[in-house]
Design a protein around this ligand. Structure first.
Ligand code: AMP
Ligand code: FE
Ligand code: FE
Ligand code: ZN
Length: 304
């Protein structure tokens, strides 16, 4: 990797193309700043141990992990790309937008992230209220599962259900209580995806649609929504992701071909919170280079 990725200036050299097969790039991971189980620094350590050359940290609606992650990545000589995964909703269906290299101080975008995070907290309390009668779960049980400022999600409620013995692991908690459509489920505020794409571009960032055709988890984005997002400036689409089968990946690739979108592949690592393993899907170095080029300022990325 030392030869294939240059360079001081936050760019992958054109030489990278020739070495693409040797560079392992995973552009979607979560830490304890959202619903992962490892701290941002630990995610970097795990990425190094998994043999990755470049990793992006993409916590839900939160950038607080960037500083400690980048510092540890620098110590490890690991490439680092700062990102987030923005919660969006359209027609009451949730959808995720990855965004790389945004200006975290962009006011309108920061306000949307704050609004989603505040609403997530109210929503979690409402879900606990519904769960209490049947499981005995209390809000303090959930509060014990996350630190100050964390973006709260159903995984924390899942961990609390495990802690009181109502489920064996997150998977079982989702299957029994937390799936969307369950009588315990409450939705939260999330920005319209077309507006989110425009905001990410306004903040100088690179918007990439996360796992759009994830049949495995029942979250499938309508073609019309994808096209509206492309019109608004969508830069890329996540193709290789464990929740997308070959049909879904082919569909995502067809969008990439039709609209010239960047194709990514990634693990969506959540530590021990999900079976997803770092590097189980990776992004081609040429596609990674396109992300760096599309950002207004790529200097927040670290490339040893
Ligand atoms: P929320 O953002 O609160 O609606 O919760 C959605 C999050 O829950 C996703 O980002 C996933 O990381 C996680 N999740 C969804 N289904 C499962 C599952 N079966 N097991 C573990 N985590 C899950
Ligand atoms: Fe998650
Ligand atoms: Fe997601
Ligand atoms: Zn994710």
């Amino acid at each position: 990797m030392k030869q294939s990725l240059t360079t001081g200036k936050g760019r992958v050299s054109s030489q990278a193309c020739g070495y693409a097969h040797r560079v392992r790039i995973d552009l979607h991971t979560h830490s304890t700043e959202s619903d992962g189980t490892e701290s941002p620094a630990q995610v970097m350590e795990s990425a190094r141990a998994a043999g990755l050359d470049v990793v992006a940290l993409t916590d839900h609606d939160r950038v607080a992990g960037w500083v400690p992650a980048r510092a540890r990545a620098v110590e490890l000589g690991l490439g680092f790309l700062p990102g987030i995964e923005i919660s969006c909703a359209i027609n009451h269906a949730s959808l995720h937008l990855l965004a790389y290299l945004i200006d975290p101080l962009h006011q309108e975008l920061a306000a949307e992230l704050d609004k989603a995070r505040t609403s997530r907290e109210t929503r979690a309390e409402a879900m606990v209220e519904r769960l209490r009668a049947d499981t005995g779960l209390t809000w303090p049980d959930v509060q014990a599962q996350f630190g100050a400022g964390t973006t709260i999600g159903r995984p924390h409620i899942a961990d609390a259900l495990v802690s009181i013995g109502a489920a064996r692991d997150r998977g079982e908690a989702f299957g029994r209580y937390l799936y969307s459509g369950s009588k315990y489920h409450v939705s939260h505020y999330a920005v319209d995806p077309v507006r989110a794409v425009a905001l990410v571009r306004a903040a100088g960032g690179v918007p990439v649609l996360a796992h759009p055709f994830a049949h495995v988890t029942g979250r499938v984005v309508a073609d019309q929504t994808v096209e509206s997002m492309v019109d608004a400036g969508l830069a890329g689409i996540e193709v290789d992701h464990r929740d997308q089968d070959e049909t879904a990946r082919a569909h995502a690739r067809s969008y990439a071909d039709r609209f010239g979108l960047i194709r990514t592949g990634s693990s969506d690592y959540h530590g021990t919170g999900k079976p997803n393993q770092l590097g189980e899907n990776v992004t081609d170095a040429r596609e990674f280079e396109r992300i760096l080029k599309e950002a207004s300022d790529s200097s927040a990325a670290y490339l040893p």
